[in-house]
Ligand binder design. Structure first.
Ligand SMILES: [Zn+2]
Length: 269
C-alpha cells in the first residue's frame, strides 16, 4: 500500500511546490506592476509628481547655495566681502579639511529629500542630488584625484542595504570624471546617531571612528581627495574623516555634501 501511494505523493509534492512558487512570483509581479503604475509622490508634500523627487512648488522652496560664500567653509555670505575673505567660523575654528561646498541649505524640503533618500529606499533620488552636488563642487572636483564617500559602519550598511554617500559619489564621479575610492576609509567604530547631540558631543562621538586601512595607505598618500557625504551639520564627521585621510598622507582633503546646516543670518552692528 505504501509503495502505491508514496510515488504519487512524491510527484504531487514538487508540482504543488512549483505551483506555489509560480503563484508567489505572479503575485509579486502584480504588486510590482501596481508599484510602477502608481505615480511617484513628492518627497516633501506627498503630492503626485511626474519627474524626479519633488513637485514644482517644493522645488521652488529648496535654497541652493550660490556665491558669495566663505571660500573655506562654503557658508553663504549676506553680502560680498570681496575675494578671499573668510567667515568668522573659518577663522575661529578652522577645520582639518581645506574647503567645503554644499548644494543646498539643510531646511525642511532638503531634510525631507535626505530622509527619503537615506531611510526610505529612494535610491532613485541619487542621480538628481548628485547632479546638484557635482555643480556645487566643480571647483573641488576640478583638481581632485578621487572621491571618498563617508563610510557607514557595516552593521548600519547591512540594515540600510546601501551607503547613501557612496551612491552620491558614484553620480558625481560620473559627471566630473573623477574616480570613486571606495574603502579608502573605514568606520572602525559604530557611532550612535548624531541627531540631538551638541557640537562638542558630536565631535566626541566620532573621535577615532574612522581609519584608513593599512593596505589602502599607499593609494591615499599624496592624493587630492574630496570627501562626499549627504549632510553637514556640525562638520564633526567630515572633520574626523579628513584627519584620518591626512594622517594617512593625503595631500589635500575637500568636502562636498548635498545639504549643510546654515545658522540663521546674524545682523551685524
Ligand atoms: Zn511637493
Amino acid at each position: 500500500m505504501e509503495a502505491d501511494s508514496a510515488p504519487s505523493r512524491s510527484i504531487a509534492a514538487p508540482w504543488r511546490a512549483a505551483w506555489a512558487a509560480g503563484h508567489r512570483i505572479l503575485s509579486r509581479a502584480a504588486r510590482l506592476a501596481v508599484d510602477i503604475a502608481l505615480p511617484t509622490l513628492c518627497v516633501s508634500c506627498r503630492e503626485p509628481v511626474d519627474g524626479e523627487g519633488a513637485c514644482a512648488a517644493c522645488w521652488a522652496k529648496l535654497s541652493f547655495i550660490a556665491p558669495p560664500y566663505c571660500p573655506r567653509l562654503g557658508i553663504p555670505f549676506v553680502y560680498d566681502p570681496g575675494p578671499d575673505m573668510l567667515s568668522m567660523e573659518a577663522i575661529a575654528n578652522p577645520p582639518a579639511y581645506q574647503r567645503a561646498r554644499a548644494a543646498v541649505r539643510y531646511d525642511d524640503v532638503a531634510r525631507a529629500l535626505v530622509t527619503r533618500f537615506k531611510y526610505g529606499d529612494r535610491l532613485d533620488l541619487s542621480p538628481m542630488m548628485g547632479r546638484w552636488m557635482a555643480r556645487a563642487g566643480r571647483e573641488l572636483t576640478a583638481g581632485a584625484d578621487a572621491l571618498v564617500p563617508v563610510p557607514l559602519h557595516w552593521r548600519r550598511l547591512w540594515a540600510r542595504r546601501f551607503n547613501q554617500s557612496a551612491a552620491l559619489a558614484k553620480t558625481i564621479g560620473g559627471i566630473a570624471g573623477v574616480p570613486v575610492m571606495a574603502g579608502a576609509l573605514k568606520r572602525v567604530r559604530a557611532t550612535p546617531q548624531q541627531v540631538g547631540l551638541s557640537k562638542t558631543e558630536r565631535a566626541d562621538n566620532v573621535q577615532g571612528a574612522f581609519r584608513v586601512p593599512p593596505e589602502r595607505k599607499a593609494e591615499v598618500a599624496g592624493r587630492r581627495l574630496v570627501l562626499v557625504d549627504d549632510v553637514l551639520t556640525s562638520g564633526a564627521t567630515v572633520d574626523t574623516c579628513a584627519r584620518a585621510l591626512l594622517r594617512a598622507g593625503a595631500a589635500h582633503v575637500d568636502v562636498l555634501v548635498f545639504a549643510r546646516v546654515v545658522a540663521p543670518l546674524r545682523t551685524t552692528i
